[in-house]
Write a protein that binds this ligand. Structure first.
Ligand code: THG
Length: 619
C-alpha cells in the first residue's frame, strides 16, 4: 500500500491492455479451453477465457509477460468473470476459488520474473452478468435476478482466491451497476477485516454512451458519491468508450474525486464488426493529452488494446507529472441516479413525507392493495413538487414491512424521474433499514438510529450504515426516553456526535440530528414548550457542529389540528421560518404543501407565533 501510494504521488503508472484481444489472436479451440481436466465437461467452454488460467496457463502467462515487457506497471489477473454468478453459465461455479487463486499466482510469477519495484498485480473483479438495480423483465419492474447478498457472497469467494494468490491491488472494474459494485466493495472489506490485512482497492466505472451515465442510470458524480465511503486508492473509468468519448466524464471525475484517478479506454469505438481499430499512436495521443492536462494517475487500455498500445502510452507518458489529488470540501454528498450536494448557501432541503404508510392514508391503501403504480405516483408527485429527497416508510403492523420496502425501492429504481433523487429509508426496525440499504444504488440516508437501546447497539448499527455507505439521521432519544427539553436535546445529540465521529468513524457531514418535532397546542401544558425548545436546540447544535445537518418531521407539529389544513400548513410555514433561521437545514415535509410565510393572514400568523414561542411562560 505504502509503496504504491508513494509511486503514485510521483509517477503516472501504466496498466496493461486487453486480455481478450490477445487471447483471440491464439485462435484457441474448445479443446484448449477444456484441457485434459474438463474434457468431459457437459457444456462447451469456448469463450470462457478465465478458465484458461487452469487449462492453458502458458498462454495467460505469455500475455502478461508481453504487457510487462511493453512497460505496464500494473497487470490484471485473468479473472474478469471468475465469480460463481458468471461461471454458472458454463457450469464452472465450483472452480471459482481455484481460478482466482491460479490466475493471481500466474500474474504474480510474471511480475517476479520480469517486473521491478514498479510492478503490481491487480486482481480483476468484473461486474458479473447480472444487475442488482435493473429488472431483466420489463413487464415486472421490481423483479431482480440477483440480490446484494448473492453478489456479496460471490465476490467474497472471488476475493478470497485473489488474496490467497497474492494480488497487490483489488480492481473492481467495468462497473455498470453501482449496486453490484457496492456489494463487491462490501465483500472485499469484510474479507480484508477478517484477514486483518490491507490491500489497496481501485474502482473503475463504465459510462455507456454519450448520455454520460452508467448502464443503471447514474451520472459520474452520483456514481462517485455512492462509493466514496470506501477508502479507495483510485477511481476511474474504463470500457464502452474510446479515449476521445471518455474525456468529458474523466475530466468531471478528476475534479470531484479526492483520490487517484485511473482511465483505460477501449481502442476507439467498435467498428461494424465489433472490432476496435484505433492505432497505438492515436490512443497514446489522447492519453498524452489527459496526462498533460493533469487528469490522470493511472492509464492503460481496455477492449482492443494490445502490448503495442501500452508501449505507445509508455512512450508519451514519460516525464509527465501525475495529477494532484484535489482537496474536496466536507459537504454532504448524496445520490440517487443524480447527485445532490448540500451546500451551506443552498436553501432548506425538502424531504418528501408522503411515501409513508403511517403518514398518508392514500399511500397505505395503495401499498395494501398492491397498487404500486399509484404508490409510485405519490413518490413522483413529491419529487415534482420540489422534494429533493424522498422518505420511505413501510412500518405497519399488518404488513411485511421488509418485503414492502424492498418491493417499493426496486419499483422506484425503474422510474428515473423518481430515482434521480436520493432515498431516505425510514423505519424503526433495523431489519427493514438493512434490507433497504441492500437495494439502494445511490448514497441515501438512514432514518433513523438513536441511543434508545444504549450505546452498543447504536455503535453496531452506525458501523453497519457506514459499511453500506449511507448518511444517517440520529434521533434525540436515549436510554431514558425521547428528549423533550432543550437541555436533553443538546445533551443527547452531543453524545451521539462524539460516538459517531470518534468511535465509529462517521464524517460530521454525514450526520443529521433530529431533535424531535412534537405536536404543540395539544391541551397539555408541557407540550407548549416543544417547538421553542426544538428551535433553541437547533441553534446550539448548529453552532457547535457546523457540518452536521438538522432535520425534523415538520408535520408532526400540527397533529392536534388534523382536518384543518390551512392552519396546519400555516403552522409549518411559520415554524420553518424560525427554525431555518436558527439553523434547521432540512425537513420531512409534504412537498408542495407549505404556505408562503408572507402570505399568511396576519391574525393567524400572530396566533401561530404565540403558540410556537409560548411567551406566556418566562424562560
Ligand atoms: N423524524 C424523522 N422521521 C420521521 C418523523 C420525524 N418520519 C415520519 C414522520 N416523523 C414524518 N412524516 C410525516 C408524514 C405525514 C404526516 C406527518 C409526518 C402527516 N400525515 C397526515 C396526518 O397524519 O394527519 C396524513 C394525512 C393523509 O392521510 O393524507 O401529518 O419526526 N426522522
Amino acid at each position: 500500500m505504502r509503496r504504491l501510494k508513494k509511486l503514485l504521488k510521483e509517477n503516472i503508472l501504466i496498466m496493461d491492455g486487453a486480455m481478450g484481444t490477445m487471447v483471440q489472436s491464439y485462435n484457441l479451440k474448445e479443446s484448449d479451453f477444456q484441457g485434459k481436466r474438463f474434457s468431459d465437461h457437459s457444456i462447451d467452454l469456448i469463450g470462457n477465457n478465465d478458465i484458461l488460467s487452469l487449462t492453458r496457463p502458458d498462454i495467460i502467462k505469455e500475455v502478461h509477460t508481453l504487457y510487462i515487457k511493453a512497460g505496464a506497471n500494473i497487470i490484471e489477473t485473468n479473472t474478469f468473470s471468475s465469480n460463481s454468478i458468471s461461471q454458472s453459465d458454463y457450469k464452472m461455479e465450483n472452480f471459482v476459488y481455484e481460478m482466482n487463486l491460479e490466475s493471481a499466482k500466474i500474474a504474480k510469477s510474471v511480475v517476479n520474473d520480469f517486473g521491478n519495484d514498479f510492478s503490481f498485480v491487480a486482481g480483476a473483479v468484473g461486474p458479473t452478468n447480472r444487475t442488482a438495480s435493473l429488472s431483466p423483465d420489463i413487464s415486472k419492474p421490481s423483479f431482480r435476478n440477483i440480490s446484494f447478498d448473492d453478489l456479496k457472497n460471490a465476490y467474497y469467494e472471488q476475493a478470497a482466491g485473489l488474496i490467497d494468490g497474492g494480488i497487490d491491488i483489488f480492481l473492481v472494474e467495468t462497473v455498470f451497476d453501482t449496486l453490484n459494485c457496492k456489494a463487491a466493495l462490501y465483500a472485499i472489506n469484510e474479507l480484508l477485516k477478517e484477514r486483518n490485512t490491507d490491500i489497496p482497492i481501485m474502482v473503475s466505472g463504465t459510462i455507456t454512451d454519450a448520455s454520460g451515465r452508467t448502464l443503471s442510470g447514474q451520472t459520474v458524480e452520483a456514481f462517485w458519491y455512492s462509493i466514496r465511503h470506501v477508502d479507495l486508492i483510485a477511481v476511474g473509468l474504463n470500457c464502452a468508450l474510446g479515449a476521445k468519448e471518455i474525456r468529458p466524464w474523466l475530466s468531471e471525475l478528476s475534479t470531484i474525486a479526492d483520490t487517484f484517478i485511473s482511465v483505460y479506454p477501449n481502442a476507439g469505438l467498435p467498428n461494424e464488426y465489433g472490432g476496435y481499430d484505433e492505432s497505438p499512436k492515436e490512443l497514446a495521443k489522447f492519453i498524452e493529452e489527459f496526462a498533460l492536462d493533469g487528469l490522470v494517475n493511472i492509464v492503460g487500455g481496455c477492449c482492443g488494446t494490445t502490448p503495442e498500445h501500452i508501449r505507445a502510452i509508455c512512450d508519451v507518458i514519460k516525464g509527465i507529472k501525475p495529477r494532484k489529488i484535489p482537496a474536496i470540501s466536507p459537504l454532504t454528498r448524496l445520490s440517487g441516479l443524480e447527485a445532490v450536494v448540500l451546500r451551506p448557501e443552498n436553501n432548506f432541503v425538502n424531504i418528501g413525507e408522503r411515501t409513508n404508510i403511517t403518514g398518508s392514508l392514500k399511500f397505505k391503501r395503495y401499498i395494501k392493495e398492491k397498487k404500486y403504480e399509484q404508490a409510485l405516483s405519490i413518490a413522483r408527485e413529491q419529487v415534482n413538487n420540489g422534494a429533493q429527497i424522498i422518505d420511505i416508510n413501510m412500518d405497519e403492523g399488518l404488513l411485511d414491512s421488509e418485503t414492502e420496502m424492498i418491493e417499493f425501492l426496486r419499483s422506484i429504481a425503474s422510474e428515473p424521474d423518481i430515482s434521480k433523487v436520493p432515498i431516505m429509508i425510514d423505519s424503526s426496525k433495523w431489519s427493514v433499514i438493512e434490507s433497504g440499504l441492500k437495494n439502494l444504488q445511490g448514497k441515501g440516508i438512514v432514518n433513523s438510529i438513536s441511543l434508545k437501546e444504549g450505546e452498543d447497539l447504536f455503535v453496531e448499527q452506525a458501523t453497519s450504515i457506514l459499511k453500506y455507505g449511507a448518511a444517517v439521521i440520529v434521533m434525540a432519544f436515549d436510554e431514558k426516553g425521547q428528549a423533550e427539553t432543550y437541555k436533553r436535546k443538546v445533551q443527547i445529540c452531543t453524545r451521539a456526535f462524539n460516538i459517531l465521529t470518534k468511535h465509529v468513524g462517521f464524517a460530521p457531514e454525514d450526520i443529521i440530528f433530529d431533535p424531535n418535532i412534537f405536536a404543540i397546542a395539544t391541551g397539555i401544558d408541557k407540550h407548549n414548550e416543544f417547538a421553542r425548545d426544538f428551535i433553541r436546540a437547533t441553534e446550539t447544535l448548529k453552532k457547535n457542529f457546523p457540518l452536521v445537518h438538522i432535520s425534523g418531521g415538520v408535520s408532526n407539529l400540527s397533529f392536534s389540528f388534523r382536518g384543518n389544513d390551512i392552519v396546519r400548513e400555516s403552522m409549518h410555514s411559520v415554524f420553518l421560518y424560525h427554525a431555518i433561521k436558527a439553523g434547521m437545514d432540512m425537513g420531512i415535509v409534504n412537498a408542495g404543501q407549505l404556505a408562503v410565510y408572507d402570505d399568511i393572514e396576519h391574525n393567524l400568523k400572530e396566533c401561530i407565533e404565540n403558540v410556537i414561542f409560548n411567551p406566556q411562560k418566562k424562560s
